[in-house]
Design a protein around this ligand. Structure first.
Ligand SMILES: CC(=O)N[C@H]1[C@@H](OP(=O)(O)OP(=O)(O)OC[C@H]2O[C@@H](n3ccc(=O)[nH]c3=O)[C@H](O)[C@@H]2O)O[C@H](CO)[C@@H](O)[C@@H]1O
Ligand SMILES: C=C(OP(=O)(O)O)C(=O)O
Length: 421
């Protein structure tokens, strides 16, 4: 495990460039094993999830190399093998190998995935989708066995709830199945559109992504002809927008898709942040006075659950009481006790999180723990705002999803380092 050490109190200024989206990347890498040719991705974020997915690929004799944001994957010599459970458990998205292996070999055996501990994260809708396509599902302790000896056949799948992961897994299993699959009540996140763009460019027939009805006509082969450029990470973007507003003297955030963040930027604007939004970048000027807001997390295009914690330090600066209701993960509260240790006035109860005005002079460095990635992001921003030294233990959670975060922050005039525990 690593720890992040922050000397707080510096004002930040300059430019930061956002990397490729974690939640696209972690679906694209498993999707690569559906190809009959080598594939290449660029603007790949340098995050732990990518390195762990590469370990999983290696176990199947799928060679990959990653340098300067370019990831090459050659799935042409893939073999069926036992997947390394430590790497599988290190991230959530390892469950995409269920859909991808099912699509490729018509069977898969995987241990349950890990990922952020943010309350219950069942995978019943993923399994329901696989069954609808003709797979049998059996579970044995922490292991899931999937088998479709007669192949996969397109079908109608109505998702009981809007799920990013289940929608992606259904796409991965259906893309090479026989016949047509219709996914209803599908999730509409931009990362799903990115995945479908990659697959369609290889010859897949996926229509309707970005709406709640996705139609997939199965194809026999997928062949990559070009490099796929991963979309910008909207959650990383939102994190830098928040920290720029909280302690910036003018920060330009480059490589942004503003349309993916409208629910978030509209809340920042409501708070009084005079964001200057351009086609692919956003300038955050120094902020004078902030108003309290109410936030309710929703599936896309609503306010993302992954952004409630990164916005929390900014809400603490606002005059009055801000309220967060996380409808996706009501138990996503791992940041609260840690932020209290740093002097923030924040409490949870009755299904909501209440953040009261905290003068930045009252925030002080402390020893805290990043219980999960976005809790870690809120501690990191608060540590930058606070006077003194903050040590964030379990910082691997942050490194799991924030591209070259120490380098990016220090270029903005922060004082941050990572050390082994
Ligand atoms: C790798 C990745 O892309 N992770 C994202 C993905 O996670 P993930 O794909 O795991 O999240 P889902 O969209 O599936 O979860 C949404 C809700 O549905 C519930 N549910 C989901 C599946 C299922 O089979 N049964 C079930 O009950 C979940 O408990 C949750 O309350 O979307 C989340 C919600 O936007 C984000 O926080 C994560 O960053
Ligand atoms: C919850 C998250 O990630 P994961 O689904 O990979 O655990 C996140 O990115 O905020």
């Amino acid at each position: 495990m690593k720890k992040m050490i922050i000397q707080g109190g510096n004002r930040l200024a300059g430019e930061v460039t956002i990397g490729g989206a974690k939640n696209s990347t972690v679906a694209l890498i498993p999707a690569a094993i559906l190809a009959d040719t080598p594939v290449q991705f660029d603007t790949v974020p340098d995050i732990l999830d990518v390195h762990n997915l590469m370990i999983i690929l290696e176990s199947m004799n799928v060679k990959s190399s990653f340098s300067h944001g370019v990831l090459d994957i050659d799935p042409t010599q893939i073999v069926e093998a036992e997947l390394p459970s430590k790497a599988i458990k290190s991230l959530r998205a390892s469950y995409y190998f269920m859909g991808a292996l099912l699509g490729r070999f018509h069977r898969a055996t995987l241990t349950f995935p890990g990922g952020d501990n943010i309350g219950p994260r069942p995978i019943d809708q993923h399994l329901k989708a696989f069954e609808a396509l003709g797979a049998t599902v059996s579970q044995n302790g922490g292991t899931v066995h999937l088998a479709a000896p007669n192949g996969l056949h397109g079908n109608r799948i109505f998702m009981d709830m809007v799920s990013v992961g289940a929608t992606i897994n259904a796409i991965l299993a259906a893309v090479r199945a026989e016949g047509m699959t219709v996914i209803e009540n599908a999730a509409r996140e931009p990362e799903i559109v990115d995945l479908a763009t990659f697959l369609n460019n290889m010859g897949a027939q996926i229509r309707g992504v970005g709406t709640d009805v996705i139609r997939i006509t199965g194809v026999k082969t997928l062949q990559s002809m070009n490099t796929h450029t991963i979309i910008a990470d909207r959650i990383e973007t939102g994190t830098y927008l928040s920290l720029a507003a909280a302690l910036g003297d003018g920060v330009m955030v480059n490589n942004v898709i503003p349309e993916h963040l409208e629910a978030y930027t509209s809340k920042m604007i409501e708070m009084g942040v005079n964001l200057q939004i351009d086609s692919d970048k956003i300038f955050v000027p120094p902020v004078k006075q902030l108003k309290a807001i109410h936030v309710k997390t929703m599936p896309y295009p609503g306010f993302a659950t992954d952004l409630q914690q990164p916005l929390t330090p900014l809400m603490a600066l606002a005059k009055g009481e801000s309220v967060v209701v996380d409808t996706i993960y009501p138990k996503r509260v791992k940041h609260i006790a840690q932020l209290q240790k740093m002097g923030m006035k924040i409490v949870a109860g009755d299904g909501k999180i209440v953040i009261d005005h905290t003068d930045s002079a009252m925030l002080h460095g402390a020893e805290v723990e990043a219980g999960e990635i976005r809790a870690g992001a809120s501690l990191m921003i608060t540590g930058l705002m606070a006077q003194g030294t903050t040590v964030i233990h379990q910082a691997d959670h942050i490194l799991r999803g924030y591209d070259r975060v120490v380098w990016k922050l220090n270029r903005l005039n922060a004082n941050v380092k990572i050390e082994d525990e």
